[in-house]
Design a protein. Structure first.
Length: 372
């Protein structure tokens, strides 16, 4: 039996998120522009704006006069009305960032991790880094929407479980989202590090970044996929294991259990000091990926890559220009992430913002635990 009013809260939440998601992309907006973009009636938009103003999420920004008729009241997002924490779990430490409602990084902190760290050691490091992040006491904890975790894969994003993180022995079927929510007292969003990273790039670049890939080289190689205007995770939410595509059938054994993977060949080249060959291997892998996905953007990231950005960028840009058939038609923009070492943590925070105050998507149901 339907409960009277049971769907009203959901409808309000959906409409509020829809309006905030659109308003985030414009410095100022009015009721008519939101109604046109969402399909909501002007009366419904007025109610949404009243709620959002009451919650401190938007505020009036003067009026716009345009010919005859009543001047239009303009609004803008109050960026520091809400915050999110983003975490990048690397194999050597955790990077935390604090972002506002627009995804702008306001502060950051770093905490080292022991070699082959355990789940308990990770959560303790996150707790310590969070204390440093909020040391000045200027952010009201009640305004923090949640914490996003960008984690080494493979992992099960849908269920919040790290299945078998490569090169980490203690991470077999670990329910990290649940553990983190309980330990930290926050709603937690768990995703692959590369998926969080490509989310950050999509936020920063806007509608032009409809089909793109983020290639990360940092104690491993992965690819975050953004296809058709959304993160692509695959049937088991484990897409992006780009470093474990085979490039040499009789090659050396890889940590994933196969032989001749891009990652093991690349790392071997780096270990013997042959960085140009390592970059060339990655470039060949990128062209293979482009032939499979036909994306228009390749963004390079990761601490290991950033240390030699010019070498990698030159090799990959040349391969895309010379080895993609009909490069005059299948054009690809190759760049290095402008977010630098923050890209994964910032993207993880943006995923939290999107789950709570963004265009509603299945991810909205994946912000689990803690308080909201």
């Amino acid at each position: 039996m339907d409960t009277p009013g049971a769907g009203l809260g959901y409808l309000r939440g959906y409409n509020d998120a829809l309006v905030v998601g659109l308003a985030r992309t414009a410095p100022e907006f009015d009721r008519a522009s939101i109604a046109a973009a969402t399909g909501l009636t002007p009366q419904a938009v007025s109610k949404v704006l009243a709620r959002l103003t009451g919650d401190g999420l938007v505020e009036p920004a003067g009026v716009r006069r345009g010919g005859v008729g009543k001047p239009a009241t303009m609004y803008r997002i109050v960026a520091e009305s809400r915050f999110a924490i983003g975490v990048h779990v690397a194999r050597t430490g955790v990077r935390l960032v604090l972002t506002d409602l627009l995804g702008t990084v306001l502060s950051r902190s770093w905490e080292p991790l022991p070699v082959d760290f355990t789940p308990g050691e990770l959560l303790a490091a996150i707790g310590t880094a969070r204390t440093v992040l909020f040391r000045d006491g200027t952010v009201d904890p009640a305004r923090i929407l949640g914490l996003g975790l960008g984690m080494v894969g493979p992992l099960d994003h849908a269920n919040g479980i790290v299945r078998d993180a490569h090169r980490l022995r203690h991470w077999h079927d670990v329910p990290l989202r649940e553990l983190a929510a309980r330990e930290l007292g926050l709603a937690v969003h768990l995703d692959k590090d590369v998926t969080a990273g490509v989310t950050a790039e999509a936020w920063r670049r806007g509608a032009d970044f409809r089909d793109g890939v983020l290639i990360m080289v940092e104690s491993g190689i992965g690819a975050g996929l953004w296809l058709g205007g959304a993160a692509y995770r695959g049937a088991h939410t484990n897409a992006g294991e780009f470093g474990h595509t085979v490039m040499q059938l009789d090659g050396p054994a890889c940590v994933c259990g196969r032989r001749g993977c891009l990652e093991v060949l690349h790392d071997a080249a780096v270990a013997r000091g042959d960085l140009p060959h390592a970059a060339r291997l990655l470039a060949v892998g990128v062209v293979n990926l482009l032939q499979t996905t036909d994306v228009g953007h390749v963004v390079l990231a990761g601490a290991d890559l950033l240390r030699h950005r010019d070498v990698y960028l030159a090799a990959i840009a040349a391969a895309v220009r010379l080895e993609v058939p009909r490069a005059d038609w299948l054009t690809v923009d190759v760049s290095v992430s402008a977010l630098g070492s923050d890209v994964i943590a910032a993207g993880a925070a943006m995923q939290v913002l999107n789950a709570v105050y963004g265009r509603p998507s299945p991810d909205s149901a994946l912000l689990g635990g803690g308080r909201q």
